[in-house]
Design a protein around this ligand. Structure first.
Ligand code: SAM
Length: 313
């Protein structure tokens, strides 16, 4: 219930009777939700990213009455559904069966069914299947209803301490280094924080590439959010890359990277600083040191150094 809404009749009744309890309010709110009919449509339902208690009342009221719940992995979702005694029929939905299931789902929706879609964790469609189903439902003129809730991307961003006014959700980076670095070059142009999902065994190598390509930026490793071993480590891309070097982190991880400098550093500034630095160190070391100092990608400094060498007699 939003604060601007009138209290429901059941709330009024309980407050008239005296002290209201949290448990009482939750009970009456869910009862009110369940008393209203669930209309036909495609419901996109966010589910917990680790902590089963992060279910909204709307999510429970929709899932408990859906004609079918599409899950990425029905066995995985069974734990959550059993926890809340939800007995609705489940059906798998993943990239290997989505064409067939979309056809079936649209026909079900057109005949007035209530279909819920959940993923293994968090908000469906965010690095999870479902986009093509939503597109098809919208094209068929079927209602698409969002039941918002947990999202690892937003939980990581908001607890990172990095700017939230403008951010870019990049999903997973390519696993192979050349493609990952090429993607990071594209991402380096985004004027805002970056939110990136990464597999634990690739975090160290991804951070090393980020430090090289994105330069010296503030960053955060957000691990196991909402779970027992929740851990948020803040630093610079370089310090985080060094701290994780050779390590395989455990658990689920989101990386958040702060924005680059607002003022771009010119080639002239880099060339001037490079000329000084090269008096005392190799181009490789100078590129690394200046990347940290100027907050520009090491590869750019190295490239300018090679160009300058080509020009010198
Ligand atoms: N749709 C989901 C969402 O909205 O959060 C994300 C699904 S995506 C396939 C799974 C990735 O989300 C993981 O590899 C990890 O990067 C991130 N993730 C999921 N749960 C997390 C958690 N509890 N803590 C940190 N990252 C998590």
């Amino acid at each position: 219930m939003s604060v601007s809404e009138e209290p429901s009749p059941s709330h009024r009744k309980s407050s008239e009777q005296g002290e209201r309890s949290l448990a009482g309010c939750v009970t009456t709110d869910i009862a009110d939700l369940l008393a209203k009919p669930l209309t036909a449509g495609l419901y996109l339902v966010a589910t917990p990213i680790g902590n089963l208690a992060d279910m909204t009342l709307r999510a429970l009221s929709v899932l408990s009455r859906a004609d079918v719940i599409y899950c990425e992995d029905t066995r995985h979702s069974a734990k959550l559904l059993q926890h809340y005694a939800i007995a609705a029929k489940t059906r798998p939905f993943h990239e290997h069966n989505e064409e067939r299931e979309i056809e079936r789902a649209i026909s079900d929706l057109e005949s007035g069914k209530r279909i819920a879609m959940i993923s293994d964790a968090g908000t469906p469609l965010l690095s999870d299947p479902g986009f093509k189903l939503v597109r098809a439902a919208a094209a068929a003129g079927v209602p698409v209803i969002s039941i918002p809730g947990p999202s690892a991307a937003l939980a990581a961003l908001t607890s990172s301490g990095l700017p939230t006014d403008s951010f870019f959700f990049a999903g997973f980076l390519p696993p192979k280094q050349a493609a990952r670095r090429a993607r990071l070059v594209e991402l380096s142009q985004i004027p805002g924080s970056l939110v990136i999902f990464e597999a634990p065994h690739r975090v160290a190598e991804a951070l090393a590439d980020m430090a090289d390509v994105l330069g010296e930026r503030a960053a955060v490793i957000a691990r196991e959010l909402t779970k027992l071993h929740e851990d948020i480590v803040r630093g610079s891309l370089r310090t985080l890359a060094e701290a994780t070097f050779g390590e395989t982190l455990k658990g689920e991880i989101v990386l958040v990277v702060g924005p680059g400098r607002a003022e771009p550093v010119s080639d002239e500034t880099i060339n001037a600083r490079l000329a000084e630095a090269l008096e005392g160190m190799s181009l490789k070391d100078a590129a690394k040191a200046l990347a940290d100092e100027l907050g520009v990608p090491k590869a750019r400094i190295y490239g300018l150094g090679i160009k300058a060498k080509g020009r010198s007699p």
